[in-house]
Design a protein around this ligand. Structure first.
Ligand SMILES: C[S@@+](CC[C@H](N)C(=O)[O-])C[C@H]1O[C@@H](n2cnc3c(N)ncnc32)[C@H](O)[C@@H]1O
Length: 339
């Protein structure tokens, strides 16, 4: 296979300040990922060896070959990492169990994170629906962690002590737990590419903000759609990526993806918690549901459409559904979930 050219981006006039470096090839190849690169953070989801379509790259290897490939790549990442660095690897727990000695040979175990997501596929009569993956966080040396940069809303903002934190100390939330609910990339989202297992930006953003600073080098050895690199560059970090599938070259980020002065609130609410305002107001989920139902019934479609992300067409459909009117195709929409 001919090697496609690699691309390296520097902002104009700053030849010593690389902001993006993207290769065709495997990270286990020293010509692709050279040791001593000073990479601060690796975030990646490898091929799962479950038969996904990655063009000419097989996702159906004999188990031993697959495990060896994983070991070679994580070892190469270790050699390319800074003396103090993080590596987050996304996979299924049962596969981590099989590969444990290989994955923790050089990198030191730090934490398991469970990534859970609502799923409406693969229901089985033999077991519960698989709707989570594990993020295995390992470290080299003793890297910094900034757990107060991305927070979730306080669960009890009406509590006297929490009110004090909010009003006197300017705190807006509490650190995240080691279980995260982040939706999978929706097919309709504008960022979604036609590729299996694209990792949602929300999840990548949490990790990048909590473990790196502006200008740090963030790498993904199994880049796919280059979601990690694009998120890192948007947040003012420098990015390194590679992939063995030539089809993904079209998704490599460009200089326009890099923002040297990103606007990042410190601390910021995680994007997965859009309803923090309800929680700040001290409402329970049941109360939120009751208020929503009341508003849906009493507001006009025009007023409902003012809520972010709704739009007049959806608002009208919701009202019609509430009144039991049939859709064009004859079905009756029964609730907000059906949109
Ligand atoms: C699960 S996908 C990554 C998806 C990516 N995280 C995203 O958000 O788009 C795994 C990728 O690893 C690539 N791959 C498989 N074996 C590889 C290897 N040895 N070196 C580099 N890339 C490899 C596949 O071509 C595929 O694009």
């Amino acid at each position: 296979m001919d090697r496609e050219p690699s691309f390296v981006y520097y902002p104009a006039g700053t030849e010593d300040n690389l902001v993006g470096e993207f290769h065709f090839g495997s990270a286990s190849d020293e010509e692709v990922l050279t040791p001593g690169k000073g990479i601060k953070l690796f975030v990646t989801d490898p091929p799962y060896n479950l038969g996904f379509d990655y063009g000419e790259v097989s996702d159906n290897q004999p188990e031993e070959d697959y495990h060896q490939m994983m070991e070679d790549v994580v070892d190469a990442c270790y050699e390319a990492a800074d003396d103090d660095a993080h590596m987050f690897l996304i996979h299924y727990p049962q596969d981590f169990a099989k590969m444990w000695p290989r994955l923790t040979k050089k990198w030191k175990f730090h934490q398991w994170i469970t990534w859970a997501y609502p799923a409406n596929f693969g229901h089985s009569t033999k077991k519960w629906t698989n709707a989570s993956r594990t993020i295995l966080w390992r470290v080299k040396g003793d890297p910094e962690f900034y757990g107060d940069r991305v927070v979730q809303p306080y669960k009890n903002p009406w509590d006297r002590r929490i009110k004090k934190l909010i009003h006197e100390e300017g705190k807006i939330g509490t650190p995240l737990y080691n279980w995260w609910q982040v939706n999978l990339c929706k097919n309709v989202s504008k960022d979604k590419k036609e590729y299996s297992n694209q990792i949602p930006e929300e999840l990548l953003e949490r990790i990048v903000l909590s473990t790196t600073n502006l200008g740090d080098l963030v790498a993904d050895p199994f880049s796919g759609t280059f979601s990690t690199s694009r998120t890192a560059m948007r947040l003012g970090r420098r990015a390194w990526g590679c992939d063995l599938n030539p089809d993904v070259i079209k998704w490599r980020p460009t200089l326009t993806d890099y923002d040297s002065e990103p606007k990042i609130d410190q601390p910021k609410y995680d994007r997965e918690y859009p309803f923090y305002k309800f929680e700040e107001a001290g409402l329970t989920i049941e109360q939120i549901h009751k208020i929503s139902a009341h508003l849906l019934e009493t507001l006009s479609p025009e007023e409902i459409a003012k809520a972010p992300g709704i739009g007049i067409a959806k608002a009208k459909k919701m009202k019609e559904a509430l009144q039991g009117k049939a859709d064009k195709d004859g079905t009756v929409q029964t609730g907000i979930d059906s949109f």
